[in-house]
Ligand binder design. Sequence first.
Ligand SMILES: [Zn+2]
Length: 270
Amino acid sequence: MEINITFSCQCGAFIDEAVYCDGPNVLAKSNAASLREYWKTLICDGCGKDYDTHILCTLSDTNVRIPNVVDLNFDVHDLFEEEDVAAEIESTHQLDVYRKVSTDVVSLLRHPYPQEVQATLNNMLFAQVVTAVEAYLSSSFISTVMNDDALIRRLIETDPELAKRQFSLKEIFTQWEGLKLLVARYLKDLIFHDLKKIKPMYLSVLDIDFGDVAWLFQAILIRHDCVHRNGFDKDGNQQEIKSETIIELVKQCTHLVADTENQLIARQET
Ligand SMILES: [Zn+2]
């Protein structure tokens, strides 16, 4: 199962992480006997502080404990939110969506807005560009892999988390469709919460190398501040993102998207 955990760090940053665990012992004869405990470490992006997270799962309940955290919230997701994931597998509009959003961002930047709204607008636009490229990369990966059984197998074999999951032969032979949804859902959440993982995945599963995308990971960090701090730093100063910086980001993202799209098309043709 997947548990989405959110809380505020003492440094002011907001932590929003998905953790995975195998849940309770579903074969247990009583609720008490079904208890399984898991320990995970969550790390604050803002200050690097470690949070020891204790997860307790029984058949009737899931509980999360983190010492010294006051606003802890968590949501337990069943791994089978089928409609959502099935739509992602079938989607073919990733490129259209990216194109629409990136052209809209450029139009908005060119529009003459009053000077006093520019910093807030640029904040939103910067975050939107990062979200657009992220959505393209994750959705294209999911639909490409999930529509090809050989690629699913390659993913399961090469991904460290999925390899740990150890699918039984019985699951593979009798529950292939269900297993596919489970893998797709895992991918969606994993990538959503940590885009860094997508680069090695494209390489190991699809043989697509993004090259040096340090600029993208840097942009993701800046987006984090745009979203979680409204673009203000710890001292309350609004950080201005220049319009040229956003145009440059759009160019780099479009280049990455076009390159990836060409390689995905080339794959299909071979
Ligand atoms: Zn922190």
